[in-house]
Design a protein around this ligand. Structure first.
Ligand code: FAD
Length: 796
C-alpha cells in the first residue's frame, strides 16, 4: 500500500469507483481508493441498477447522458463484458393533465441537452408495454435510452481501467480516522496504516456520516429502507419476444423492469422507514435489512391494478436495503462546506444511473476547480446548519413518499418548514403571507387575498396570477413593504480591504465611504462565479451582500483567497441582521415619516448607504432597487426588527402601503434587467456572454482575467437575451428550449409575466447570431412552439 497519494477516495461503491476512474481520465493517476470490505459491499451490490436519462434540470440530464455513454463504452469491451440492457426504453406514467404538462416541459429541457424524450398517450404506452392497463391513465414520458446494468460488473470495469491508468485500490481496509494539517493536506488513518493525501473524498454510502464525523462534519444525508421484489417468469413476457421497457409510476409509487423472464418491482410506500439513525452495526456489510412485504401492501395494490399480470405471479426473492437520501433529494457532489481539500459524493439515491456522471463532474471539480456544467444543483454548500439530522429525516421521508412526483413550479412541500424564522414570521403569516423557503428561511412568496385562497400546482398561470399582478400594481403606483430574510451578509474589515476585493473582482472596487456598488467575481476559468453588493461603511469597513443561497459558497471563495501578507477579517452577519425593503414612488415618504434624516435625492442619491434609525431601531439603509422602482433596503439588527416593522406599518397606513412577496419581485426584476444568481448567473458563461460588459473593468489583474481575455478572443459562445413570448396562458420555465428554423439555439434561464410591461418575459442564453433585437425565435412552452421576439433587456 502506498504511503501517500494526491487523492484518497474513501468507499468502493459506484460513487467511489466512478470518481477514481474519472480522476485518472482527467490525468491524475496518483490516486487511491480505500474500501473497508469488498468493492460494492455497501448498497451498490443489491441495486435494481436502472439507468435512466430523466432529470429535473439540465445538469442532471447531462450527467446521466454521460453515465449512459460511458456504460455503453465499457460494456462494448469484448474481454470484460458487462450485462447492460442498453436502451430498453422506459415510461414515466401520468394520470393528470398537470403531470403531462410537466413531462412536456422536461422533454423541452432535455432537448437542449441533445436528449430526445417523447410525450405519449395512454394507448401508445400500452403498445410499448403490453403488460400495463390503460385504466385511468393519460399517458407518459418516454425515455428511449432507459435500461439497467449489472452494478458489480460496472464497478469492476471502472476500477480495472483506473488501475491500468495508475490508481491503487485497497480492499478490506476500513478508514478509522482523518487528520487535517495546517497546509490543508490530510492523513488518512486506516487499519492497514496511514496514507498522506492532498485531497480526500467521502464516498461512504450509508456510512457517510461515520466518515463525516472523522472530519467534524454532519452531512444532511440519512438512509431509508427500500424494497423490491423479483417475480417468477411471466408468460406474457416470454411470449412477447422482446424486452419490456421500464415503468415508473407516480400514481401508485412503484417501478418495474424486466429481470430474466419475470419482473423486478420496487416500491415507494407511504409507511416508509428511516434506517441507521442511531448508528450502523460495523458488521453490516454485503447485508440486507429484514424482508418487510406487509409495509408495501398499499402500493402493491396499485401495482396490481396497473399490471394485472403481477397479481397472478409468484414472488421468489425480496430485497430490502438501505438507500441514502439528502435533505432535498438530490446528491451532494462537490466541496464540503467550510473544509479545504475535502470533497464528497454522497446522498445518491439513484447512484447507478447517476454515478457515472457524478464521478465525472466531481473529478472535474477536483482537478480543474469547476466542471463543464454548473454544478450548483449538486453543490454540498446549498445546505446550512438548519439541515439538521432531524430535519433531513423528515425531508427524506417526504422525498421518498413522493419519489416519482416532481415539484411543480412554486411548490414548497410541508416537511421541516419554519427551520429559520424572524420575529416577523408569525405576524406576516397572520397578514396572509404564503412563504417559500430560501436557504431554510421562510420568505414571503405572495400575500393571500383571502384566508381560504389556495393555488393549483401547475406549469400554467394559475389563481395567483392576478394576486401577484395586484402586488406589482400597488408597488408601482404607491409603496410596498417586504422582508428579505437570510440575505447573505459579511462584514469585511482591514485597511486593504478595497484593494483585496479589487483583485478578486472583475469590477473596480474603490474606497468611497457611503457608497454601494454591484460587483462580479469570476472563477479561474473566467466564468461568472458570484454577484455581490459591496457597501463601504467607512475606511476599511465593507459589507458584502449576496443571495441567501450563496452564503457558504461565497464564504468558501472569499476565505480561501484571504491574503497572507495583509490583515483582512471576515465576519458573518447573515443571521444577525434582516432586510426590510420599501419600494415604490412613495417609498421616500414612508421613510421620511420614520426617520429624521434628509432622504432627498441630493442628500441620499442612488447607490448610497447610511447609518440611521427607523423609529427606535438602529438601521443601515441602502438606496438600491431590484424592482426598478424607487426603493430602500433597510438593514435592521434582528432583535430590533419588530420595532422597525411597527414604525413602518404605522407610517405606511397613510400611503396605503401593501405587503408584497418574492414572486412580485421576480416579475419586476425580469422587466428591469436584473439577474438571478444560479438562474442567469452560472459558471458556464463569462461576464460578456452574460451581458455584464459594464462590470468588467480594465485593471492590471483580477481573478480569472487571463482566462477571460483568452475567451474574449475566441468570441461569444452564447448571449443572454430577453424574450417577449407570445403565449398567453403559461409562462416559460427555466430549461425550456429556444428554437430557430428547426434547431435548438438556446435555453431559458428564468421567466415570469411582466405586469408593468404586459409581456410574457423570459431570459435565455442563445447563440449570438440570433441575439439581435427584433429577431424572431420560438420557445417550447409545454410542448407548444410559441413565437418569441428578442427585446432589449431592462427597458422599463
Ligand atoms: C433496493 C435498492 C434499489 C435501488 N435501485 C436503484 C436503481 O434502480 N437505479 C439506481 O440508479 N439506483 C438504485 N439504487 C440506489 C443505488 O444503489 C445507490 O445510490 C448506490 O449504490 C450508492 O452507491 P454509493 O457508492 O454511494 O454507496 P455504497 O454502494 O454503499 O458504497 C459505499 C462504500 O463505502 C465503503 N465504506 C464505508 N465506510 C468506509 C470506511 N470507513 N472506510 C472504507 N470504506 C468505507 C462501504 O463499505 C461501501 O462499499 C437502489 C438502492 C436500493 C437499496
Amino acid at each position: 500500500m502506498r504511503k501517500s497519494a494526491r487523492v484518497v477516495v474513501i468507499g468502493g461503491g459506484i460513487a467511489g469507483c466512478s470518481t477514481l476512474y474519472h480522476l485518472t481520465e482527467e490525468g491524475w493517476t496518483d490516486v487511491m481508493l480505500i474500501e473497508r470490505d469488498e468493492l460494492t459491499s455497501g448498497t451498490t451490490w443489491h441495486s435494481a441498477a436502472q439507468v435512466t436519462n430523466f432529470g429535473m434540470n439540465q445538469t442532471m440530464v447531462g450527467l446521466k447522458s454521460h453515465s449512459i455513454a460511458l456504460y455503453k463504452k465499457l460494456s462494448e469491451d469484448m474481454d470484460y463484458p458487462i450485462n447492460y440492457h442498453y436502451a430498453d426504453g422506459g415510461i414515466r406514467l401520468a394520470n393528470s393533465e398537470e403531470v403531462m404538462e410537466g413531462y412536456r416541459h422536461f422533454a423541452s429541457m432535455a432537448k437542449g441537452m441533445g436528449v430526445n424524450f417523447e410525450v405519449i398517450d395512454a394507448e401508445e404506452c400500452k403498445r410499448r408495454h403490453p403488460l400495463i392497463s390503460t385504466d385511468q391513465l393519460l399517458g407518459g414520458l418516454w425515455d428511449p435510452l432507459d435500461g439497467d446494468i449489472d452494478p458489480a460488473q460496472l464497478c469492476q470495469a471502472l476500477v480495472r481501467v483506473a488501475r491500468k491508468n495508475g490508481a491503487e485500490v485497497i480492499r478490506h481496509n476500513p478508514v478509522i480516522a482523518l487528520t487535517q494539517h495546517k497546509d490543508h493536506s490530510w492523513t488518512v488513518h486506516s487499519e492497514n496504516g496511514d496514507i498522506d493525501a492532498e485531497i480526500i473524498v467521502n464516498a461512504g454510502g450509508y456510512r457517510v456520516n461515520e466518515i463525516g464525523a472523522m472530519m467534524g462534519v454532519c452531512h444532511p444525508v440519512i438512509s431509508m429502507e427500500h424494497q423490491y421484489f423479483l417475480t417468477e417468469p411471466i408468460d406474457q413476457i416470454i411470449q412477447a419476444g422482446h424486452r419490456m421497457p421500464l415503468i415508473r409510476c407516480p400514481i401508485s409509487d412503484f417501478y418495474c423492469r424486466q429481470e430474466k423472464q419475470g419482473l423486478l418491482i420496487g416500491f415507494y410506500e407511504q409507511d416508509c422507514r428511516t434506517w441507521g439513525m442511531n448508528g450502523i452495526d460495523p458488521n453490516f456489510t454485503n447485508a440486507l435489512c429484514p424482508d418487510d412485504p406487509d409495509r408495501v401492501i398499499d402500493v402493491l395494490e396499485g401495482a396490481f391494478m396497473r399490471m394485472p399480470a403481477i397479481a397472478d405471479t409468484g414472488i421468489h426473492t425480496i430485497i430490502n436495503g438501505p438507500i441514502t437520501y439528502s435533505y432535498d433529494g438530490a446528491p451532494l457532489v462537490g466541496p464540503i462546506p467550510g473544509k479545504r481539500n475535502a470533497f464528497c459524493i454522497i446522498g445518491l439515491r439513484a447512484g447507478l444511473g447517476e454515478g457515472g456522471g457524478h464521478g465525472w463532474l466531481l473529478a472535474q471539480q477536483i482537478v480543474h476547480g469547476e466542471a463543464c456544467y454548473d454544478t450548483w444543483p449538486l453543490d454540498p454548500r446549498r445546505f446550512g446548519d438548519y439541515a439538521t439530522v432531524e430535519a433531513t429525516a423528515l425531508k427524506s421521508i417526504e422525498e421518498y413518499q413522493n419519489e416519482f412526483r416532481f415539484h411543480f413550479p412554486h411548490e414548497h412541500r410541508p416537511a421541516a418548514r419554519f427551520a429559520r424564522t424572524t420575529p416577523l414570521t408569525s405576524i406576516l403569516e397572520k397578514e396572509g403571507a404564503v412563504f417559500a423557503p430560501v436557504d431554510g428561511w421562510e420568505r414571503i412568496d405572495f400575500v393571500k387575498p383571502a384566508p381560504d385562497f389556495t393555488e393549483t400546482h401547475s406549469y400554467r398561470f394559475n389563481e395567483s396570477f392576478s394576486v401577484i399582478g395586484d402586488e406589482v400594481k400597488a408597488i408601482a403606483s404607491g409603496v410596498g413593504l417586504t422582508e428579505v430574510n437570510g440575505f447573505c451578509r459579511y462584514e469585511i474589515t482591514g485597511q486593504d480591504v478595497h484593494d483585496w476585493l479589487d483583485q478578486l473582482s472583475c469590477t473596480r472596487i474603490k474606497n468611497h465611504p457611503g457608497r454601494v456598488r454591484l460587483a462580479y467575481f469570476l472563477n479561474h476559468h473566467g466564468n461568472v462565479k458570484s454577484e455581490a453588493t459591496i457597501a463601504t461603511l467607512a475606511d476599511g469597513r465593507v459589507w458584502y451582500g449576496a443571495a441567501a443561497a450563496a452564503d457558504r459558497h461565497d464564504w468558501d471563495w472569499l476565505t480561501q483567497h484571504l491574503p497572507t501578507d495583509r490583515e483582512i477579517t471576515i465576519k458573518r452577519l447573515t443571521d444577525d441582521w434582516c432586510i426590510l425593503v420599501l419600494a415604490g414612488p412613495q417609498a421616500r415618504d414612508v421613510l421620511m415619516a420614520v426617520s429624521r434624516d434628509d432622504w432627498s435625492d441630493d442628500a441620499f442619491p442612488w447607490l448610497s448607504i447610511r447609518q440611521t434609525h427607523i423609529g427606535i431601531a438602529e438601521a443601515i439603509v441602502m438606496r438600491v432597487s431590484y424592482s426598478g422602482e424607487l426603493a430602500y433596503e433597510l438593514h435592521i439588527p434582528m432583535p430590533q426588527l419588530m420595532a422597525a416593522y411597527q414604525a413602518l406599518t404605522k407610517a405606511g397606513t397613510t400611503f396605503g402601503m401593501c405587503l408584497f412577496g418574492m414572486r412580485a419581485v421576480e416579475s419586476m426584476r425580469l422587466e428591469k434587467g436584473y439577474l438571478h444568481w444560479k438562474s442567469d448567473l452560472i459558471t458556464e458563461f463569462n461576464p460578456f456572454e452574460t451581458g455584464l460588459h459594464r462590470f468588467v473593468h480594465d485593471k492590471p489583474a483580477f481573478v480569472g482575467k487571463e482566462a477571460l481575455m483568452a475567451m474574449q478572443k475566441k468570441g461569444l459562445r452564447k448571449t443572454l437575451v430577453c424574450l417577449d413570448i407570445h403565449a398567453t396562458d403559461a409562462p416559460s420555465h427555466g430549461g425550456a428550449s429556444v428554437w430557430h428554423e428547426g434547431d435548438v439555439v438556446g435555453t431559458v434561464t428564468s421567466a415570469s409575466y411582466g405586469y408593468r410591461v404586459r409581456k410574457n418575459l423570459a431570459y435565455a442564453f442563445i447563440k449570438p447570431e440570433y441575439a439581435n433585437h427584433g429577431t424572431e425565435v420560438y420557445v417550447d412552452v409545454l410542448g407548444v412552439s410559441q413565437k418569441a421576439v428578442i427585446v432589449p433587456m431592462g427597458q422599463i
